[in-house]
Design a protein around this ligand. Structure first.
Ligand code: ADP
Length: 489
């Protein structure tokens, strides 16, 4: 049996005295009327009180257990209900309390499930999202944001002494974002800001700060939705650089053509020797502009189609032989031989014949330009049992290598060779008729083909440019007639 608490003792006294009073009045009246002796009155009154106390005590113990139980429920909802001894009323109360407890438990489970599904939805969002209260303190973060700011599940971070432990400023120090958050909270209007996170790699984010019309139960007053802009800004920069570079490349020959035209119309009007020389230069510059425009158009055409993978079955030997034939004259002029070597029964490539001949044309032309005079450029076609790690898919693939024996390229330049307009020696490239776009075109064509270009080079020994291409699958094989026409240059 539970020990009685002080208030229970008080209750016991109060509840026992009350019901005893009528009996005590009757006994006192009988004493006054001398019907009973005072001794008997006193003893009887005592007996009445003890009987009342015993009766109340048996009931009170049950109610005490109920009170204890109700108090326990506040802290541990799964507390076991007490077993009651006598009171039917207490038992009814216990039944009502138990029903109430079940209802609370259901509501609590519902609320927990709701909070979990809300968190699951937020975690499924690919972009980082922070929930912030009216004082700019962090309330919650989705998985992407926890990942970005290296937050633990309970959002703990090393404290920043300058800001409150949960202030948004601990995560995003950029004053533009903090100002935008304060503004959104005070004016109740959306705000936007951009910020940069310096480590581990510099990344730029756009943040949209949306205040809630009413503060949520968990204190959330502002949603901070972030979007990674790094890639887009890089693309924008590249596009701007590209336009600037292309304009610059065109402006130089154009300025030269304009300059010579003015000279021919002016001071050199009657100078026939100058006419011949200047017209020759103008023709060269006009040809340079044409090549540049052709390459720019090729590049944009390839870029437009880059997401659609070519599936024609193309015979590499046919394409390479016709490329070699086309370049035979410039090769002979430099005293260079183009040597072709093919593995027997080379399987067809899944490719676009026109684009492949452009790839080989660019690589062999570079071999001739930078390979030194009176040398040779070797072209080999074979099946490679392994793929470069950067090439998608598994299993064997086709490999075509173009090797020259020129001056070679220093290692530090290799990663940048496929950038548009990147040249190791700009003046030399221009004097050889280069546009600086040849390898960029090769790279884009390879990416469309789900293939790769690798470059190996050694100073003084020469360079090998290899393209790895996927083989045509049997299902993707076109009819023999189509195959012949595809293989045409
Ligand atoms: P370009 O029109 O200038 O040849 P490319 O994009 O074809 O442009 O090549 C970019 C640069 O790579 C060239 O300017 C040259 O510096 C270098 N390069 C390309 N191929 C070779 C090679 N076979 N040997 C040496 N350097 C090469």
């Amino acid at each position: 049996m539970n020990r009685l608490r002080p208030e229970s003792v008080r209750r016991l006294l109060a509840w026992s005295v009350g019901p005893s009073i009528p009996a005590w009045i009757v006994l006192t009246a009988l004493g006054l009327l001398e019907e009973l002796e005072w001794m008997t009155v006193a003893v009887s009154s005592g007996v009445v009180f003890i009987l009342m106390a015993a009766l109340v005590l048996s009931r009170l113990a049950d109610f005490d257990r109920l009170i204890n139980y109700a108090e326990q429920l506040g802290t541990s909802p799964n507390a076991a209900p007490p077993s009651l001894e006598t009171s039917a009323t207490a038992r009814r109360l216990l039944a009502a309390l138990t029903a109430l407890r079940t209802l609370w438990a259901e509501r609590r489970d519902e609320a927990t499930a709701l909070a979990k599904s809300r968190q699951d939805i937020l975690d499924a969002l690919p972009d980082p999202l922070l929930l912030v209260d009216g004082k700019r303190r962090l309330v919650s973060a989705n998985a992407a944001a926890r990942d970005l700011f290296e937050l633990t599940e309970n959002l703990s971070l090393p404290a920043n002494p300058r800001h409150g432990s949960r202030d948004l400023a601990r995560l995003v120090r950029d004053p533009r974002v903090l100002e935008a958050a304060d503004q959104a909270l005070s004016q109740g209007k959306k705000a936007e800001a951009q910020f940069t996170l310096p480590s581990p790699v510099e990344r730029t984010f756009g943040a949209l700060l949306v205040p809630l019309p009413e503060q949520a139960r968990d204190g959330t007053a502002l949603i901070v939705a972030m979007h990674d802009l790094t890639e887009r800004l890089k693309m924008d920069r590249m596009r701007a650089d590209f336009v600037a570079n292309a304009s610059h490349e065109l402006r130089t020959p154009l300025a030269s053509v304009l300059g010579f035209t003015e000279t021919l119309l002016g001071p050199a009007k009657n100078d026939m020797a100058a006419h011949e020389e200047f017209l020759g230069i103008m023709l060269k510059q006009a040809n340079r502009m044409t090549r540049l425009i052709d390459d720019l158009l090729s590049l944009s055409r390839i870029e437009l189609r880059e997401h659609t993978r070519p599936t024609d079955a193309v015979n590499l030997e046919t394409v390479l032989r016709s490329t070699a034939e086309l370049l035979e004259r410039p090769a002979t002029e430099r005293g260079t031989k183009i040597v072709l070597k093919f593995a027997p029964d080379l399987p067809p490539a899944a490719a676009d014949a026109g684009e492949l001949s452009q790839v080989f044309h660019n690589l062999v032309t570079n071999g001739l330009k930078y390979g030194g005079e009176n040398s040779h450029v070797d072209i080999t076609g074979e099946v490679s049992q392994t793929r470069p790690t950067t090439m998608p898919g598994k299993g064997p693939c086709l490999k075509v290598s173009v090797r020259d024996y020129g001056e070679g390229i220093s290692k530090e330049f290799l990663p940048r060779l496929t950038e548009r307009f990147y040249r190791v020696d700009t003046a030399r490239s221009r004097s050889l008729g280069g546009t600086g776009l040849g390898l960029a075109i090769v790279k884009h064509i390879m990416s469309r083909h789900r293939g790769v270009l690798t470059i190996e080079s050694e100073i003084g020994k020469g360079s090998t440019f290899s393209v790895f291409l996927p083989m045509a699958t049997t299902s993707g094989m076109p009819a023999p007639q189509q195959q012949r026409s595809n293989a045409a240059p």
